[in-house]
Design a protein around this ligand. Structure first.
Ligand code: SF4
Length: 234
């Protein structure tokens, strides 16, 4: 039986459906054949303001797709305190280009360079916790996770329930590098300048290096540690 949770917007309250795992699996198959914009449209229609988009400021492809569906969609960016200046400049350019006020969230505690000894704990405190606080108010979220990014993401679904019980939607999951490059060229997309300097996957400066040609795009993340994900997408 379908159950509903409440979605409240300024003066408007409407139910948000609880989708069963079987329903999500069916949608996932259907979405393999749909353009990303249609997937975002479904997410917006289904979850209303209880949907947000988590952005990394690597490029604005997903933001471009999503703001064409809903110019006011909530875009969230986690400021860990350790971003490259180029990433923060990209945030400013994205806000200007899309006339967006990005919801920038951060851990208020002073920086402690925990990444040197314990990157898992650092990510948990600086990245995961601030986003978890936002997600606690949501029913679903959009991310730019793509299968082509790494072996660990190779089987990423387009839509599924995540470990929090939220519906996680990856509208670009089946896009490869050519798809991204084509969209960037065709839609005047904001791109982090580090991408053209060999940084194929951009995280915090202490934990990101440029990769060599042929290397996995995420091979430059947490070099020297067995860590491959920050914990947001586990
Ligand atoms: S990527 Fe590195 S600096 Fe950034 S939150 Fe994780 S461990 Fe800390």
């Amino acid at each position: 039986m379908t159950t509903y949770a409440s979605e409240t917007r300024v003066g408007i309250s409407r139910p948000v459906p609880h989708l069963s795992d079987a329903e999500l699996a069916e949608l996932n198959e259907e979405f393999e054949l749909l353009p990303a914009g249609k997937i975002v449209q479904w997410a917006r229609d289904t979850f209303g303001s209880r949907l947000c988009l988590a952005a990394s400021m690597q490029d604005s492809v997903l933001i471009d797709v999503a703001t064409k569906v809903d110019p006011g969609i909530e875009v969230v960016f986690v400021d860990t305190g350790y971003h490259f200046p180029e990433t923060l400049e990209t945030l400013d350019r994205v806000e200007a280009r899309y006339d967006l006020r990005v919801n920038v969230v951060r851990n208020p505690e002073p920086l402690d360079d925990l990444w040197m000894e314990d990157p898992d704990a650092c990510c948990a405190a600086r990245k995961v916790k601030p986003l978890e606080d936002v997600l606690a108010t949501k029913a679903a979220w959009l991310t730019g996770v793509r299968r082509a990014e790494s072996e660990t993401r190779a089987s990423a679904p387009i839509v599924a329930r995540d470990k929090r019980g939220l519906v996680k939607i990856n509208p670009l999951a089946n896009w490869d590098e050519l798809d991204i490059d084509g969209y960037v060229a065709d839609h005047d997309i904001v791109v982090n300048p580090l991408l053209s300097q060999g940084y194929a996957s951009i995280g915090c400066w202490p934990c990101t290096r440029a990769v060599k040609p042929g290397e996995d795009p995420r091979a430059g993340r947490w070099t020297g540690f067995s860590k491959t994900e920050c914990g947001l997408h586990d």
